[in-house]
Design a protein around this ligand. Structure first.
Ligand code: NAD
Length: 471
């Protein structure tokens, strides 16, 4: 049966929800409701968990070669949904199609292909002096994902979990669940065994306890806010379940004293302004030499016109609306707060001229102190804070003075930049605009998370070790 947004994918079938409750999806560019998805009840979640549990032993017994072959087939089918993925991310998230094509769609194909490639490099069996060490699946994995990279967060969990022999219950964000239906369609048409992968849609608060506490769930893989991650983990730990958490960030970008700062602007703007700043790794704190502040401000203001704000379906648009009314109001409240705290609003604010949706222009605060809430809390919008330093030690101290540690970047003379990169406490650091390596581990220090996604380390996250002493 073809996929349908009003059903769940459970045990290989598109099934009717056990509830009539639905969630309206609003197009944030127009404020119009364009479709609904079912809001699962705990009973729907239990059906999905039981299907995943029943399928798990047989799926674990399928050879890695066969799992890889099925995943390759699913990827080829999934790629035929390309245009639909791009369109749906414009509708449900407000992502401009130019950005969506690259980040929400093609990069997710690349990521999937990378997991397939890397799966063969995971040592599933190692011979030690007096034992054989096996890497086995964890079991049933509940994957809970946020709205800001709807497909990206799903791919980061579901693909490696399945490749390593786990079965999956996926609960994507209730705000942006649509591309997950297309992914299930690909699994179904690739002939994944019934129950290996299951999809329910619904509100986290209604389903969290069931997913975290059900005895047949072995692992919770969560991406989202730190507050929800902590709550969910506490529940999961009562059953000593495996937890992996990808949480928030307030990432620093340190600019070391340089003649010319312009080569760093593209990376800065892409990180903090594209996807309307709704990116966990957004470089939201720019830390610059005090003596060059004026020059840097002028440079940034001169480059801002490149970032056209408007209709996500227009190929020329770089920045669409915020994903929702809640997010729009949250960002506007931080703009008010920043001014009350004494920071200077250099540019930005609401952009009603861009359309009737939740549009906010790229916004820059300067004269920010790292003690201000706008510098400490994750705003999750297109809001850059500029902070200044007098010495490199001070720059490093400001960069590390945050409860988070997800991402960071450094720009400047290579050796000095590398030395600063080593001193920053975060899971990823980019130096002089180096591109992301899809096979590298991704994840946070401090309150940005537990565990890693991406490449071999991301695959190993969904395994557990067994030592057999046989000699
Ligand atoms: P969120 O925490 O509100 O929701 C994330 C998911 O958890 C959603 O599916 C939601 O339905 C579910 N949820 C909500 N309450 C729950 C509960 N009580 N029990 C179980 N599940 C529950 O986060 P969000 O607003 O969707 O996403 C934004 C956050 O995600 C930001 O903090 C961002 O930094 C973070 N994020 C982190 C990464 C990363 O890789 N580190 C990537 C993307 C987003």
């Amino acid at each position: 049966m073809p996929y349908s947004f009003d059903r769940f994918f459970i045990n290989g079938l598109w099934v009717e929800p056990k509830t009539s409750d639905t969630i309206a999806l609003e197009n944030p560019a127009t404020r119009e409701v364009f479709t609904h998805v079912p809001a699962a009840s705990p009973a729907d979640a239990v059906s999905a968990i039981e299907a995943a549990s029943a399928a798990q032993p047989a799926w674990a017994a399928v050879s890695l070669d066969e799992r890889i072959a099925l995943m390759q087939k699913a990827l080829e089918i999934f790629k035929t949904h390309r245009e639909e993925i791009i369109r749906l991310e414009a509708l449900e998230l407000g992502a401009p199609i130019s950005y969506s094509a690259v980040s929400h769609c093609d990069y997710q194909f690349t990521r999937t292909a990378s997991y397939i490639e890397e799966a063969r490099k995971v040592a599933l069996q190692e011979e030690f002096a007096q034992s054989t060490v096996l890497r086995e699946p964890v079991g049933v994995v509940a994957c809970i994902t946020p709205w800001n990279y709807p497909l990206g967060q799903v791919v980061q969990k579901v693909i490696p979990a399945l490749l390593m022999g786990n079965t999956v219950v996926l609960k994507p964000s209730q705000h942006t669940p649509l591309t997950s239906f297309l992914l299930m369609d690909a699994f179904e048409r690739a002939d994944f065994p019934a129950g290996t992968v299951n999809l329910i849609t619904g509100r986290g608060a209604a389903l969290g306890d069931t997913l975290a506490e059900h005895p047949l769930v072995d692992m919770i893989s969560f991406t989202g806010s730190t507050a929800v991650g902590i709550k969910l983990s506490q529940k999961a730990l009562t059953g000593v379940k495996r937890i992996s958490l990808e949480l928030g960030g307030k990432s620093p970008f340190v600019w070391l004293e340089s003649e010319d700062y312009s080569p760093a602007v593209n990376q800065l703007f892409s990180s903090i302004f594209l996807n309307s700043g709704q990116t966990c790794t957004a470089l939201s704190r720019l830390i610059v030499p005090r003596k060059d502040l004026e020059r840097i401000q002028e440079l940034l203001l001169s480059r801002l016109p490149e970032l056209t704000v408007g209709d996500p379906l227009d190929p020329a648009t770089k920045i669409g609306p915020m994903a929702s009314k809640v997010q729009y109001e949250k960002v506007l409240s931080y703009l008010e707060l920043g001014q009350k705290e004494g920071a200077t609003l250099l540019c930005g604010g609401a952009a009603p001229e861009a359309g009737s949706g939740y549009f906010i222009r790229p916004t820059i605060f300067t004269n920010v102190k790292n003690s201000m809430r706008i510098a400490r809390e994750e705003i999750f919008g297109p809001v850059l804070c500029i902070l200044t330093y007098d010495t490199v030690d001070e720059a490093v101290a400001i960069a590390n003075d945050t409860p988070y540690g997800l991402n960071a970047a450094v720009y400047g003379p290579r050796e000095a930049a590398l030395a600063v990169a080593r001193r920053i406490k975060s899971g990823n650091v980019y130096v002089n605009g180096g591109p992301r390596d899809v096979t590298a581990p991704f994840g946070g220090y401090k309150q940005s998370g537990i565990g890693r996604e991406g490449g071999r380390y991301g695959l190993m996250e969904f395994t557990q070790l067994k030592a057999i002493f046989d000699r």
